[in-house]
Ligand binder design. Structure first.
Ligand code: FES
Length: 158
């Protein structure tokens, strides 16, 4: 075989090039369509943890007892009038406060709060929020860390 004939075999014509390019473009388009379809199969939903958590039955909270729910950042106090919940997340930078005789202390930057959660010292910009307590459908009590109530709000156990 002469070198000219060999050269003709390896050179593709414009028509062949356009055919190959068209087929390649069609495959790319199909791939893009399927990629888009697969994206729809997986819903783009951000599942967030519920802000409500159950604390059990009212019997679990005898008068005078303070229960700390560390993982939720909440203190539940039981008084003669009922229950109330105060966040133990410092309003400065979010450290967990500790309970003291006078109220609450933050170990991080020294903020101090009285028994109602009002700031009495340190850099905290606002009081510790009181949180809503309610009764769930199954009868147990629950605290909603996203719902603040005014200080002094007591959940009456009837
Ligand atoms: S985080 Fe509590 S004082 Fe800074």
């Amino acid at each position: 075989m002469s070198s000219e004939a060999q050269h003709k075999d390896t050179v593709i014509t414009r028509r062949e090039f356009i055919n190959v390019a068209a087929i390649g473009a069609a495959f790319l388009s199909l791939a893009a369509v399927f990629a888009g379809l697969f994206r729809f199969l997986k819903p783009k939903v951000a599942y967030e943890e519920s802000t409500k958590f159950k604390i059990g039955a009212a019997d679990n909270f005898p008068v005078g007892v303070v229960t700390k729910f560390d993982e939720k950042g909440v203190f539940v106090f039981s008084s003669e009038d009922g229950l109330y919940a105060i966040s133990c997340v410092c309003t400065h930078l979010g450290c967990l406060v500790t309970l003291t005789e006078a109220g609450f202390d933050c170990p991080c930057h020294g903020s101090k709060f009285n028994k109602d959660g009002k700031v009495v010292g340190g850099p905290a910009p606002r009081a510790l929020p009181w949180l809503q307590i309610s009764r769930s459908v199954d009868g147990s009590l629950e605290v909603d860390t996203a719902k603040e109530v005014s200080a002094g709000t007591i959940f009456k156990i009837a």
